[in-house]
Design a protein around this ligand. Structure first.
Ligand SMILES: Cc1ncc(COP(=O)(O)O)c(C=O)c1O
Length: 440
């Protein structure tokens, strides 16, 4: 039996990060120091943009952008129905009304064809979310936004470094925001960034971000220790000794997916928890600079794994591999396949030492938290048939081969996706090609 297990998540870190953190504490520059401004400048420059402002979270960067835009209270703001629940909740917290628009289950992103029907006299903004690392159809979205005079705020939390027609995500709208949470493309053990070319907007966002209290050294030590523990927990050895036995045991009782207990509880964010209201620290910015320098290399590795999956599964009739339009560079925060029974497939996979995730974000249009804004979104509902394969940069080529074998073993006898399913129908009506734009 193979003792190496493969967790669903992998944390990006640059060798030497820990020493840099310790050195920053020794110099008395862990909480505040020059690296924050340096990271902001480099982050903006990477994107050929003018301004970037660091924040405690991606969600808080979004909150500051909304506050800085000073939209009339009760304005409507369009979100994809499939996204992380926190983002529309932040908009509500900023006094706005989320309006959910369905996604295309083939790309998991906002369906431009459905946007216009959701626009009313009160609509002021639209938030294209480049979900799972795949850029939205920005030309279409920008055309609609211009026609109706809507402000576009791109949610790039899962897609740093991804490109649409050669142009980086986060550079299309009036503003954009990014996340540096543990599992994201740039990991600084939490944090986020707002980005814009508008000097006034940037100044207002900065005033809001810098009005927050600095983190204490104690907060910061706790942040790095818990982040480090989580990183070890999903490493091959760590996962073999804790996550794997627990998940395997759970797979024999109906409650298979234990990860939902790790995630933040879905609830109204009023008031904000104390740890939301903090400034980004210098030690995190030091890691951010190091991670930014490695971003293209890490994304390239992930894209190679994804291409290997797409090629290796092309003849597998029981699943559908991701559909990626040829003009986008997907960075594969998640690699999602569709199967007729994702839960069964993942229960079988964990018993073979490979951990698959079934859903990573929320069908917000159907969440009790947003009953007031409920909308029928069959495309988003169809994504519940998705199964996410581990695709992170630190996987070895032998891990990728093993995942391929396990996917075949656990899905081979499952019924093919029904021809009438929303996924099949959407896909068959499209001219997109699977994986043609894999690794560079
Ligand atoms: C799509 C999406 N948007 C926004 C965020 C918020 O980022 P943060 O956790 O840094 O607030 C996340 C984080 O997981 C996300 O996945």
């Amino acid at each position: 039996m193979n003792l190496r297990t493969i967790a669903r998540y992998g944390v990006r870190s640059v060798p030497g990060d820990e020493q840099e953190i310790v050195a920053a504490f020794r110099r008395g520059e862990a909480v505040a120091g020059p690296a924050v401004a340096e990271f902001e400048v480099h982050f903006a420059a990477y994107h050929y943009m003018d301004y970037a402002v660091a924040a405690s979270f991606g969600r808080m960067a979004f909150y500051y952008i909304l506050r800085a835009l000073d939209l009339p209270a009760g304005s409507e703001i369009i979100f994809p129905a499939l996204t992380f629940w926190v983002v529309p909740e932040i908009a509500r917290r900023a006094g706005l009304r989320p309006v959910f628009v369905d996604v295309n289950p083939a790309t998991f992103n906002l369906d431009p064809a459905k946007i216009e029907a959701a626009i009313s006299e009160r609509t002021r903004a639209i938030v294209p979310t480049h979900l799972y690392g795949q850029p939205c159809e920005m030309n279409e979205i920008m055309r609609i936004a211009e026609r109706y005079n809507l402000t576009v705020i791109e949610d790039c939390a899962q897609a740093v470094g991804a490109r649409y027609r050669g142009r980086l995500v986060g550079t299309f709208g009036a503003a954009s925001f990014f996340s540096f949470q543990l599992l994201k493309g740039i990991n600084t053990y939490g944090g986020g960034m707002a980005m814009t070319n508008d000097a006034q907007l940037a100044a207002r966002v900065r005033a809001l971000a810098e009005a927050e209290p600095t983190q204490t050294s104690g907060d910061l030590i706790k942040r790095f220790l818990t982040g480090y523990a989580a990183r070890i927990g999903v490493s091959p050895k760590g996962f073999t000794f804790w996550g794997f036995p627990l998940q395997t045991a759970a797979s024999f009782f109906g409650h298979y997916d234990l990860s939902k207990h790790i995630w933040e509880k879905i609830r109204p964010l009023d008031p904000f928890p104390r740890f939301y209201r903090q400034r980004y620290s210098n030690a995190q910015a030091i890691l951010g600079l190091r991670a930014l320098a490695k971003l293209d290399e890490f994304n390239g590795r992930t894209r190679e794994h994804a291409l290997r999956y797409t090629r290796g599964l092309a003849d597998c009739r029981s699943i559908q591999t991701p559909r990626v339009p040829p003009d986008v560079e997907h960075v594969y925060y998640q690699y999602c396949i569709y199967t007729s029974d994702p839960e069964r497939a993942s229960r079988r996979a964990i018993r073979r030492g490979v951990d698959f995730e079934t859903t990573h974000v929320d069908v917000c249009s159907a969440l009790p938290l947003f009953t007031e804004f409920a909308a029928a979104c069959p495309g988003a509902a169809a994504t519940e048939r998705a199964l996410q394969l581990p695709v992170y940069a630190r996987l070895r080529p032998t891990d990728v081969e093993r995942v391929l074998r396990v996917v075949r073993q656990v899905t081979g006898d499952l019924a093919p996706l029904a021809e009438q399913s929303a996924v099949k129908q959407t896909i068959s009506g499209q001219t997109v090609t699977a994986g043609t734009n894999g690794a560079r």
